[in-house]
Design a binder for this molecule. Structure first.
Ligand code: CTP
Ligand code: CA
Length: 224
């Protein structure tokens, strides 16, 4: 019994994870999206499942595949879909890790028909999407809440600001400064910042290793 808990410390716990980009429709054939590959989120799902967790992986459109018996994948398209799916599972989750690259804005109206080309310039009016992570921080009970921050300047300051304003327990700062980090590559350079202001800097590593480091950091904080 003790042995199983040591090897599978998250056995019986539900872990909610978001991954990938969101696509925000403009008309029936067009959308606004981003270059997120979903790789980081899928590696986190795998790492959490390897610790025995029951994983709900809510993912935007990606080419990633996962076949772990403990991972249940929910495919979504838009930020609104992702918001709704995440809220179905949040209450019963012990840990939520939001790594998705959610669109901050979406077209204010979606045209019913394909938009025809006309003038030399074309303006799209955008409106803010819901901040999924922030909404989880606002309704947090006993969940351990983890966010990501992608920054290009004043990185630590911005990441700390997000940790506070979104009521997180841990934030993973993604450094885009480094060539081997970020979108479309299989390596990442991250810094963890905890709610007690601890800063843990990591070297450039594979996304699989970053995922394992992240799960170990979460276990450490949960047991502290
Ligand atoms: N996030 C989210 N819902 C959104 C936007 C962001 O859940 N609508 C989450 C991301 O998954 C990530 C964290 O919030 O875990 C931070 O995302 P990021 O884009 O770095 O920060 P923003 O708060 O969107 O601020 P900005 O893009 O202006 O830096
Ligand atoms: Ca953003």
């Amino acid at each position: 019994e003790k042995d199983i808990l040591e090897r599978l410390p998250l056995k019986g716990k539900k872990v909610l994870i978001t991954a990938g980009p969101t696509y925000e429709a403009l008309d029936p054939v067009r959308f606004i999206g981003n270059h997120s590959s979903g790789k980081m989120g899928f590696e986190i799902a795998n790492a959490a499942a390897n610790l025995g967790a029951e994983v709900i992986l809510v993912t935007g459109p990606t080419h990633q595949k996962i076949t772990h018996s403990l991972v249940s994948t929910k495919a979504v398209i838009s930020s609104e879909d992702m918001y709704n799916e995440v809220h179905k599972h949040y209450k019963s989750s012990s840990i939520a890790i939001l790594s998705a690259a959610v669109a901050d804005y979406r077209p204010k109206t979606i045209a019913d028909q394909k938009i025809k080309k006309k003038d030399t310039t074309f303006t799209i009016e955008l409106e803010k999407t819901k901040d999924i992570l922030k909404s989880l921080g606002e309704t947090k009970k006993s969940q351990f809440l983890v966010g990501f921050a992608l920054e290009t300047n004043n990185e630590l300051e911005h990441a700390k600001g997000k940790l506070k304003s979104k009521n997180l327990d841990l934030i993973v700062l993604n450094s885009l400064q480094d060539k081997g980090a970020g979108f479309g590559v299989s390596t990442n350079k991250v810094t963890f910042i905890t709610s007690s202001d601890e800063i843990i800097e990591h070297q450039l590593k594979s996304k699989a290793e970053v995922a394992e480091d992240l799960m170990q950091q979460i276990l450490k904080q949960l047991h502290a």
